[in-house]
Design a protein around this ligand. Structure first.
Ligand code: LAN
Length: 727
């Protein structure tokens, strides 16, 4: 799209076709701010050839030659790198699809609709293709691509289909509608879906549980004050509260009128909206609201809103919320934290600033960066990308193979290094204290610098990559010591009082805040928790730093590591494993925890903790040498095998964990390595298997580059550890 601005009247719905010409899609890589463009003009197509990476993402043939068959682990790693190198982007990072959640595209498309932004036909066509491909067998859509269809997924994506111009009588729509009606219709939807439907004017605001902006007027000491919440929840409820406060809805149009008929099992005019405020289908109710929350909601709706809420309070709260949104926009150049809050902030700016404002135009441009195209069609990524994260792991994987010394790999590594250099955040937030942010100067984000939110483990992984390049690999120094120390200074802020480490910020509130979780579809979202993955990343980064700068903040670093590793020990489960919060699941976290232990010298031979972790992994190895954990483990917090058998990424994680712990049993590790090699394709690639990632326990998310850098790391580690074993 040309990022065309919103207009005063609703543009016509796009014309959805059957398929776009996939040879016409290109990614603009503006220092890793990605946007996909459909080239209508033949001359443009010629002038801008499709890269291997673009072809790969689109599922088009790359026609790469078959490589000499790998006989040894290191040859397999080299073949893997030969393929993976082709996917490096012009700015030096690795890009990928980051799909999985099925509630993100609806946020983007609703925001387009509400701001009257024309949707290009090519987008509409591919969005329809994607949703058609991802519809469940029994009709409808789930919370994420592997989940069963729910009211949440079905309602929101049905709306998307209609807003992009799909015909309600098409088979996929008929089936989805039937499924939705079987589940009780859209009145059974969770809070966030009700919110979007209210903005679209499909439901009355009475069906939406309260999101009072007054919460932001609470004093900082109040235990419920929003600055204490996990940043994602804080940033979503912020713009939501503004729309709720205004009970803002767009004008009725033909398609909205039609949706009012299609989404419900009873006639729209007969629905008692207030009575359905707490209606929710059991399949959507992962975290049922507490009775305290239900009472509180009742009091807000029936007492506060009716008798106590003065205009003065309303206006003050709206003004402050709106100012906080402005600060978020300023600190991210309108990219915003993620694709839920971003589209909501867009709508807020539209309501407040009007269709022709800079804020709306810039938001709409930046929302493009959430979109991605794969062989099935167009989807929304979970963030504006995985750039820094994957690039940092890729560099480390190459160091695990020892191949960084070879000239052949130097251009790739140099480009990656310069990329990471440019992505370090160089300044703190404007109005840092006022908008409840913490220092960020020196940090690295998960995606890119524009997004501007450092995360404990993203800082750590990027920092390790840079230190390896500069200190171990003899690559030129692109970051001076001060910049490296900046990273350490902010990393030290992430430790919680119990020694564990969180994601975006150290914990600011009590676990009791979960009582106020109203999102229903997610568990444990109100505050930051401790994560073995993030904790390990900090332990390893601080250890590596300390090796090379033994003087700098040495005492604090030592204490940090000691407290962090103690926390990891305490977090081990009775069966020897650790629960993974961001990857599937026990295998992922156990790999990290074993790495932490190894960094304090606790390994299989001398530590019960490490040995029990290894035993856990060994017990779950399958006869073909692989490991295979299913995402079900994240939901149920018990180990589950994946029905499709051994998986490459899981196997890589398990053998990396075992090698970190110096597990003396070579045979199982060898069998795992053999399995990874057996799954490698003749051109060096590995194929996509089961979904790798998770958040909030219930929602899965893809990490497509994991199938490259983790196997390469595992193969490299094996080759270094057993140089004589040719397999
Ligand atoms: C991510 C992606 C990266 C992930 C890791 C760095 C892997 C992790 O170790 C720390 C947490 C973090 C940064 C993370 C947090 C939650 C995110 C941002 C996501 C899983 C990607 C999408 C998700 C976000 C919350 C999606 C929007 C949904 C809402 C509930 C607001």
């Amino acid at each position: 799209s040309d990022g065309s601005a919103a207009t005063d009247s609703f543009p016509p719905l796009p014309t959805v076709g059957t398929r776009t010409d996939y040879t016409r899609w290109r990614i603009k890589d503006n220092d890793s701010c990605h946007s996909w463009h459909y080239l209508e003009d033949d001359k443009e197509v010629e002038a801008w050839p499709q890269s291997s990476a673009e072809k790969y993402f689109l599922g088009l043939p790359l026609n790469l030659p078959d490589l000499p068959k790998a006989e040894t682990p290191i040859e397999a790693a080299e073949n893997g790198l030969a393929f993976y190198k082709e996917l490096q982007m012009p700015s030096g990072h690795w890009a990928c699809e980051y799909g999985g959640p099925m509630f993100l595209l609806p946020c983007v498309v609703s925001a387009w609709y509400l701001t009257k932004t024309p949707i290009p036909d090519a987008y509409a066509t591919e969005i329809k293709n994607y949703l058609t491909a991802r519809a469940a067998e029994n009709g409808g859509w789930g919370l994420h691509i592997e989940g069963e269809s729910t009211v949440f997924g079905t309602t929101l994506n049905y709306i998307v289909m209609r807003l992009i111009g799909a015909d309600p009588e098409e088979p996929v729509m008929v089936k989805a509608r039937a499924r939705l009606h079987e589940l009780g219709g859209a009145v059974q939807a969770p809070h966030w879906a009700k919110f979007w439907m209210a903005c679209l004017g499909i439901v009355d605001w009475k069906i939406v549980n309260p999101i009072p902006p007054e919460l932001w007027l609470l004093p900082d000491w109040a235990p419920l004050a929003p600055w204490r919440w996990w940043v994602h929840i804080r940033m979503v409820f912020l713009p939501m509260s503004y729309m709720y406060s205004k009970r803002w809805s767009c004008e009725e149009t033909d398609v909205i009128r039609a949706l009012k008929k299609e989404l419900f099992v009873t006639p729209h005019s007969e629905i008692d909206w207030a009575a359905h405020r707490n209606s929710i289908h059991p399949g959507d109710n992962y975290h049922p609201k507490s009775w305290v929350m239900n009472v509180l909601n009742w009091l807000i709706v029936n007492i506060w809103n009716v008798f106590l809420r003065t205009n003065w309070i309303k206006n003050r709260a709206e003004r402050w919320v709106s100012e906080l949104v402005d600060m978020e926009d300023a600190n991210t150049d309108y990219a915003d934290l993620a694709p839920v809050s971003g589209p909501m902030n867009t709508v807020l700016c539209y309501i407040r600033d009007g269709p022709n404002s800079y804020s709306v135009k810039r938001h709409i441009e930046r929302m493009e960066e959430f979109l991605w195209i794969n062989k099935e069609g167009m989807l929304s990524n979970g963030t504006n990308g995985v750039q820094c994260w994957d690039t940092a792991f890729t560099v480390q994987a190459i160091f695990a193979t020892g191949l960084q010394k070879h000239e052949k790999y130097q251009p790739m590594l140099l480009k990656a290094m310069n990329y990471l250099e440019r992505q370090q955040i160089r300044e703190d937030c404007k109005d840092q204290e006022k908008c409840y942010r913490q220092p960020r100067k020196g940090g690295w984000p998960f995606s890119n610098r524009d997004q501007g939110y450092p995360v404990s483990d993203c800082i750590s992984e990027a920092l390790k990559a840079i230190i390896l390049l500069q200190k171990v690999g003899d690559y030129p120094q692109v970051l001076d010591d001060d910049r490296i120390k900046d990273a350490i200074d902010i990393l030290l802020l992430y430790q919680n009082d119990n020694g564990g480490v969180s994601s975006y910020e150290a914990r600011r509130g009590s676990e009791y805040l979960e009582i106020f979780n109203v999102a229903e579809v997610f568990g444990r979202i109100m505050i930051e928790y401790d994560y073995p993955e993030c904790t390990t990343a900090c332990v390893t980064a601080l250890s590596l730093f300390h090796e090379h700068w033994p003087e700098y903040r040495a005492r604090e670093i030592k204490t940090f590591i000691q407290r962090a590793t103690n926390w990891i020990k305490g977090n081990q489960r009775a069966d020897g494993s650790w629960y993974g919060n961001w990857g599937v699941c026990f295998t992922y976290a156990t790999m990290f925890a074993l790495e932490s232990m190894a960094h304090i010298g606790e390994k299989f031979e001398n530590s019960a903790v490490s040995r029990r972790g290894c035993v856990f992994l060994l017990e779950h190895q399958r006869v073909d040498g692989g490991w295979s954990e299913s995402y079900k483990a994240c939901e149920t917090t018990e180990y589950h095998e994946h029905p499709s058998g051994s998986l490459v990424v899981q196997t890589a994680w398990a053998v990396i964990g075992l090698m970190e712990a110096d597990c003396p049993l070579q045979a199982p590790i060898r069998a795992g390595i053999k399995f990874i090699m057996s799954r490698q394709q003749p051109n060096g690639e590995w194929l996509q298997e089961a979904i790798e990632g998770v958040f909030n326990r219930s929602c899965m998310i893809s990490y497509p580059n994991y199938k490259f850098h983790f196997p390469i790391k595992a193969l490299g580690m094996y080759a270094q550890k057993y140089p004589d074993d040719k397999l």
